[in-house]
Design a protein around this ligand. Structure first.
Ligand SMILES: O=C1O[C@H](COP(=O)(O)O)[C@@H](O)[C@H](O)[C@H]1O
Length: 255
């Protein structure tokens, strides 16, 4: 049974989201200055929530032990980092750049693992190499994975539909090249369900009215053709959903 946290106020949602992340950080680090917090983040709407919940929240910010964070991307678009479609580029702009001089002091930031940008645009062989190289960087299991859910039920770059079974059904490789994303750009890399299945904690974030219908399909209908539902089924009690009331309008509050 997945966990569900619903909020009518956006500020409350991002604050509790930040508290949840600090809790998972603290249990991973357990007060050990030499421990690391392996976290995988998604792109899109996640970036604003990370900025609001971690960097801009003055109650949460002091508790983040950034130098012990090891940040990876659950999926990445195969574009240069300067491209507005780059998940790393969006994260750098939304979180890393504001973090560096937060509170008027230089902050030692997290270690961020990106794809090998020099291979971008190199064609099929290069795209497969990007996926293989990224897979070789991953920890055995993430302490926390922060996932989004598209309005089609995709998560990471795992999309619904038989044409994406080569991604969704993969359970041996950790990272694959997605060559036919229905959401541009078409070329991406994505974690597979094999990585999500062994994560210690998984957290979905879905906000706004555009997610109303898909949240009903995922949390009420539980349509197993949707990758987000497969994550719920695979990871179960280790999954927590953060929803605002707009996204959860068709999901009973006591669900
Ligand atoms: O294309 C992508 O979409 C999903 C969902 O994004 P959202 O803005 O609807 O939350 C995102 O999680 C993924 O990282 C991204 O590549």
């Amino acid at each position: 049974m997945v966990g569900l946290q619903r909020f009518s106020e956006e500020k409350a949602l991002v604050h509790e989201f930040g508290k949840y992340i600090v809790e998972k950080q603290d249990s991973a680090l357990a007060g050990n200055a030499n421990a690391v917090f392996n976290i995988a983040i998604s792109g899109g709407s996640m970036n604003e929530a990370l900025y609001e919940g971690l960097v801009n929240d003055k109650e949460i910010f002091p508790h983040i032990k950034w130098p012990q964070w090891r940040i990876f991307f659950c999926d990445e678009r195969l574009v240069p980092f300067e491209d507005l479609q780059s998940n790393y580029g969006q994260f750098k702009k939304a979180v890393l750049d504001p973090l560096v001089h937060e509170d008027g002091q230089l902050n030692l930031g997290p270690t961020v693992y990106t794809i090998n940008e020099s291979l971008v645009g190199g064609g099929e062989k290069a795209n497969k190499k990007i996926a293989e190289e990224y897979a070789s960087l991953l920890p055995a299991a993430f302490d926390l994975m922060l996932l989004g859910c598209g309005d089609d039920g995709h998560t990471c770059s795992l999309f619904p539909g038989v044409e994406f079974n080569y991604l969704v059904e993969e359970m041996s490789s950790k990272v694959l090249w997605c060559h036919n994303s229905p959401k541009p750009p078409k070329d991406r890399i994505t974690f597979t369900l094999a990585v999500i299945a062994v994560a210690k904690n998984v957290c979905f974030l879905a906000r706004g009215p555009s997610k109303k219908a898909i949240m009903h399909d995922v949390l009420i209908v539980k349509n197993s053709e949707l990758p987000a539902v497969l994550v719920n089924e695979m990871v179960g009690a280790k999954v927590t959903w953060f929803l605002d009331d707009k996204a959860g309008a068709l999901v009973p509050k006591n669900c």
